[in-house]
Design a binder for this molecule. Structure first.
Ligand code: NAP
Length: 286
């Protein structure tokens, strides 16, 4: 895997092509479909969602995906990622029978994701988060067991885990029959941009997806040094942060609802952030 993810528009992970920038669909409710339309028209080819109605409208993503496919888009050019969410992370709109055993819940949630999205397979399925802050539970293990079977059956191409610590990720790598290929974490500048988890990812060839890169790092986003770099590059501070993330090997997920920001976020790939710039940015919240 290249260190600087801006080097190419896609990267190859376990033989699967993954776009080096994802569009995130949380908190968009009835605007989801229209915004995913815009994202696809702007050039995003990787969409992140979840079967968690509390924060995502997965069926809205599906409506936009179907329209794009109907208009001639190729399924093989689209990277679709969804998540299985334990009951504690859901509201009353559960995508599974809460009385079913854990493995059956994963299978039911996944089947509903395919239905929402109107596709035959997912490119990536993530465990939205382990049940507890430390260690993996039997229900977490059930996710990895079912996801491994889905992988073998060609129903998902990659599997992974979100909101995970370095120790939990190491445990998942040790115990999951099909190894995780994806991690998705909130990426805090003050934690060295999630340095511990990214180190495990690097060691095991796992793609690290960073979310809330802007909103979790407002001090850096609003810092004068970032504004100075942005001015020099005729860019915005948001673009500088996304370009910085790519240079660190972080695959960014943008959560923008503004079509102009969609274009700006993708255009950040073409910026040149020097090693000196990267050091300045990395040191702001250290
Ligand atoms: N796994 C998980 O538990 C989890 C949790 C949270 C999020 N996620 C995923 O990550 C995605 C992104 O999360 P997020 O929304 O927190 O990320 P984010 O991109 O850091 O935050 C979105 C905010 O950034 C602004 N923004 C984006 N591009 C901009 C630009 N070029 N210039 C100025 N402002 C810009 C947006 O404003 P505008 O709308 O005005 O552009 C919006 O207010 C979610 O949609 C979801 O897919 C996953």
């Amino acid at each position: 895997m290249p260190t600087d993810l801006a080097a190419a528009p896609t990267l190859s992970v376990q033989g699967v092509m993954v776009p080096a920038f994802l569009y995130g669909t949380a908190w968009k409710e009835e605007r989801t479909s229209g915004l995913v339309d815009h994202a696809l028209a702007t050039g995003f080819r990787g969409i992140d969602t979840a079967n968690q109605r509390k924060h995502y409208a997965e069926a809205g993503v599906g409506a936009a995906v179907q329209a794009w496919l109907d208009a001639g888009g190729q399924r093989s050019e689209l990277f679709l990622q969804s998540k299985f969410t334990h009951q504690a992370g859901q509201d009353h709109r559960l995508p599974y029978d809460p009385d079913a055993p854990p493995a059956e819940r994963v299978a039911q949630s996944f089947a509903a994701s395919l239905e929402h999205l109107g596709v035959e397979h997912l490119d990536s399925l993530l465990l939205h988060g382990p049940e507890h802050r430390e260690g993996l539970t039997a229900a977490d293990m059930a996710f990895f067991a079912v996801a491994s079977d889905l992988h073998d059956a060609g129903k998902i191409r990659l599997l992974g885990v979100s909101n995970v610590t370095a120790a939990q990720l190491s445990e998942a790598i040790r115990t999951s029959r099909v190894k995780p290929a994806m991690v998705q974490n909130r990426c805090y500048a003050r934690h060295g941009w999630d340095a511990d988890v990214r180190a495990v990812c690097r060691e095991h060839g796992i793609v690290y997806q960073g979310f809330s890169l802007l909103t979790a790092n407002r001090k850096t986003w609003n810092h004068r040094a970032v504004a100075d770099i942005a001015r020099r590059l005729s860019a915005t501070p948001a673009q500088v942060l996304f370009r910085f993330a790519l240079a660190q090997g972080i695959l960014p997920i943008t959560g923008t609802s503004d079509p102009r920001h969609m274009a700006a976020d993708l255009a950040a790939r073409a910026l040149t952030v020097t090693e000196d710039d990267a050091q300045v940015i990395a040191s702001i919240e250290q």
